[in-house]
Design a protein. Structure first.
Length: 358
C-alpha cells in the first residue's frame, strides 16, 4: 500500500462497507482513480482507513454505503474526525449488469457519487435519543413476535390435549387462558402425555407473561424517550407513542438533514410521483420510501378519520368531488407528513406551521 502525498490535491473517498471489512477507494478532483484498499471493520481499521485516504491529499468528503448498517461505526468515526460524510445508495442493477460487481468497483462508485454530487444526503448521526428509541423498538418488536408465537403454539398444543383439559379451558379469553395455564401443576412424570401437555402449556403461558412484562417495560421507556425527543409531535391528533417513535426513527437524531417537508414526504413514500406524458397530466402512487413510516402515517390518518372533525369534513368534501377513499387517504397522508415535519423541526427554525388544506 503505497501512496504519493500531495497536500494541494483535493481528493474524495468512497467506501463499500461489510460486516468484517470495509473497502475504500479514492479519486482526485477530476475523477481519476488514485487507489483502493481493504481495511478491517474495527476501530484500528477506521484509523488506518482515514489516514490512508488523507495521504493522497486534502480529503474533501467521503461517500459511504450502508451508513445505517455496516457503515454506522465508520460513519460516526469519520464525523468525529471532522470529515464530511455523505450517504451513498448501492449502484442500480442496470449499472451493475454493465460494469460488474466487486468491492473495488463499489468503492469507486461510492466515491464518484460523492464527487459528482449525485449522493449528497447527510447520514443519520445515530448518537442521540432517537438512536436509543430505535434500539428499544428492535427489542420490543422481537418480544411482540415471540409473544404471538407463544400464544399460537399454546392454542395449537391445546387442540391435541385430552378432552377433559380442553373442556376446562374452552371459551376462556386470552388473558384468562394464559393465567390458568401458568398456574397448572403437572406431575413430574414426563412419560405421561397429559402431564407433558400441561407442562408445555404452563411453560408457554409463563413465556407469554414474561414477554408481556418485557413489552410493558419497553413501552414505559419509549413513552419517556419520545416525550423528550418529540414533545410537539405526540400532541398532534392521532399520533401515539409507537407512531411517533417510528417517525422519529425514520427522520433520525438530525432531522435538519431533511431539506424540506417535501423531502420528508418522499422519505415516507407519500409524495405523488409525476407520471405525465404528452397531453396526459397525472401522478401515480409512490411505492418507495420507508414503508414503516408510511404505515405510521396511515395509522394517523385512519385515527383522524374516526375521531377528528376537521379530517372528517375534509374527507366529506373530497368525496363529494368524486375522490375515492384510497385517494383521500393518500392526500391526507401527505398533509400529515407536512405536520410531522413541522413538529420535528427545532422551534427556532420554524415558520408558521402548515396544516391540513381547508
Amino acid at each position: 500500500m503505497t501512496t504519493m502525498t500531495d497536500p494541494t490535491r483535493i481528493v474524495t473517498g468512497g467506501v463499500d462497507t461489510h460486516e468484517q471489512t470495509h473497502h475504500a477507494a479514492v479519486l482526485d478532483e477530476v475523477g481519476q482513480q488514485l487507489g483502493d484498499h481493504e481495511f478491517p471493520a474495527t476501530l484500528k481499521g477506521y484509523r488506518e482507513l482515514l489516514a490512508w485516504l488523507g495521504s493522497f491529499g486534502r480529503l474533501e468528503r467521503v461517500g459511504v454505503e450502508g451508513t445505517a448498517s455496516y457503515g454506522a461505526g465508520l460513519c460516526r468515526y469519520l464525523r468525529a474526525a471532522g470529515v464530511r460524510v455523505v450517504e451513498v445508495n448501492r449502484p442500480d442493477r442496470s449499472a451493475r449488469r454493465l460494469q460488474g460487481k466487486s468491492d473495488p468497483l463499489d468503492a469507486y462508485s461510492a466515491a464518484r457519487a460523492a464527487l459528482s454530487g449525485s449522493a449528497a444526503a447527510w447520514p443519520k448521526t445515530q448518537d442521540g435519543p432517537v438512536e436509543a428509541i430505535r434500539a428499544l423498538r428492535v427489542a420490543r418488536g422481537g418480544a411482540i413476535k415471540a409473544r404471538t408465537q407463544a400464544i399460537n403454539q399454546l392454542k395449537s398444543l391445546l387442540i391435541t390435549a385430552p378432552a377433559e383439559l380442553r373442556e376446562e379451558l374452552r371459551g376462556l379469553s386470552v388473558a384468562r387462558l394464559i393465567a390458568t395455564c401458568a398456574r397448572m401443576r403437572p406431575s413430574p412424570d414426563p412419560a405421561d402425555p397429559e402431564q407433558a401437555i400441561k407442562t408445555g402449556l404452563r411453560r408457554l403461558a409463563r413465556r407469554h407473561q414474561f414477554l408481556s412484562q418485557e413489552i410493558n417495560d419497553a413501552d414505559t421507556e419509549l413513552r419517556t424517550l419520545v416525550a423528550v425527543a418529540a414533545p410537539r409531535m405526540i400532541k398532534l391528533p392521532g399520533v401515539g407513542t409507537e407512531v411517533a417513535a417510528q417517525l422519529l426513527t425514520t427522520a433520525g437524531d438530525n432531522p435538519d438533514r431533511l431539506r424540506s417537508e417535501a423531502a420528508f414526504a418522499h422519505l415516507c413514500g407519500v409524495a405523488p410521483i409525476p407520471a405525465s406524458s404528452g397531453r396526459t397530466q397525472r401522478h401515480r402512487l409512490n411505492r418507495g420510501g420507508d414503508r414503516a413510516a408510511n404505515s405510521a402515517l396511515y395509522i394517523v390518518v385512519i385515527s383522524r378519520l374516526r375521531y377528528d372533525k376537521r379530517t372528517q369534513t375534509y374527507a366529506d368534501r373530497r368525496t363529494a368531488e368524486g375522490r375515492s377513499k384510497p385517494e383521500i387517504i393518500r392526500c391526507l397522508k401527505r398533509y400529515v407528513a407536512r405536520e410531522i415535519y413541522q413538529a420535528l423541526r427545532p422551534i427556532s427554525s420554524q415558520a408558521d406551521p402548515v396544516g391540513m388544506a381547508s
